[in-house]
Each structure stands twice: as structure tokens, then as C-alpha cells.
Ligand binder design. Structure first.
Ligand SMILES: [Zn+2]
Length: 160
């Protein structure tokens, strides 16, 4: 029976793992052929070690695992170029795509308002200038007659 214990020990360890050399595994197989007790032991051992794995049904990995792996791979790609990492960080800090259109429309509105105000001011200034010019034409008393206003024209002044 000591021989059986030796083979049982071998069966449980190296023989099951396929680690025995050819001559030793031959010895085990020869003993299994002639010893029904060790044959039964080997059968039980094989079932006991194989069943826990055979009963396992393949579990599909959770979808988060794949997304996590994908994200890590993408992050590794970004880490390889530090500039892209900085750009992505900046993109995270500033929300340009949403803010810019609002600012742009505000600036456009302000510019449009300024333009209309400017045109109105220019028109008013033009009207004022025209008015002053007309006044100067119609009433030539302010500047054109100031130096010759006391005694008429210089010729009249000469003769008088
Ligand atoms: Zn045996």
C-alpha cells in the first residue's frame, strides 16, 4: 500500500499537472491499469479538480470594464503627447463653444447699436453744419461785415 500512496501523491501533484517525465508517467499509468483503487482515486481526483472549472459558465465582462479599458487606452495615447493633454485640460476648464456665440452676438448687437448711434450723430452734425452754412449765407452779419461794418466798404471809408 505504500506503493499506492506514492502513486496517489504523484497523481495529485505532478501527474495531474502533466509535469512528470515520460518514464514516471508511464509508471503511474501502468499502476493505474493494475490497481483499481488508484484508478478510482485518479478518477475522483480528476473530477474534483476539473469540475469546479467545468461548472463555470462564461460570464460576459461588464460593459463598464470595456469602456474603462478603452478610456485608459485613449488616455495613454493622450499622455504620450503632453500638448494634447494640456489642450484637453484647457478645454475642460473653459467652455468656449457655448460662451463664444453668446459673446459674439452681444458684440454684434453692441456694434450695430454703436453704428446706428454714430450714423444718427453724423446726420445730426451734417444737418447742423448745413444749417449754420445756410444761416451764414442768409445773414452775412457775423464775420463778413465785422471789419467793414462801421463805415461801409474800404473805398467808401477812403473817400469819406
Ligand atoms: Zn494503487
Amino acid at each position: 500500500m505504500k506503493k499506492c500512496d506514492y502513486f496517489k501523491d504523484l497523481i495529485l501533484t505532478d501527474y495531474m499537472d502533466g509535469q512528470l517525465d515520460n518514464s514516471s508517467s508511464k509508471d503511474v499509468e501502468n499502476h493505474l491499469l493494475e490497481c483499481c483503487e488508484c484508478r478510482a482515486f485518479f478518477k475522483n481526483a480528476k473530477v474534483a479538480t476539473a469540475l469546479p472549472f467545468e461548472r463555470l459558465t462564461p460570464q460576459p465582462p461588464p460593459s463598464e470594464l470595456w469602456s474603462n479599458i478603452k478610456q485608459r487606452i485613449e488616455n495613454e495615447g493622450q499622455e504620450s503627447s503632453p500638448l494634447e493633454e494640456i489642450v484637453s485640460k484647457l478645454k475642460g476648464l473653459f467652455v468656449f463653444p457655448r460662451v463664444v456665440p453668446v459673446f459674439a452676438s452681444l458684440i454684434l448687437m453692441m456694434a450695430a447699436g454703436a453704428v446706428t448711434v454714430n450714423t444718427i450723430q453724423i446726420q445730426q452734425a451734417k444737418e447742423q453744419a448745413q444749417g449754420e452754412y445756410l444761416v451764414a449765407l442768409l445773414a452775412p452779419t457775423s464775420s463778413t461785415t465785422s471789419d467793414s461794418g462801421d463805415l461801409g466798404t474800404p473805398i467808401e471809408h477812403y473817400f469819406l
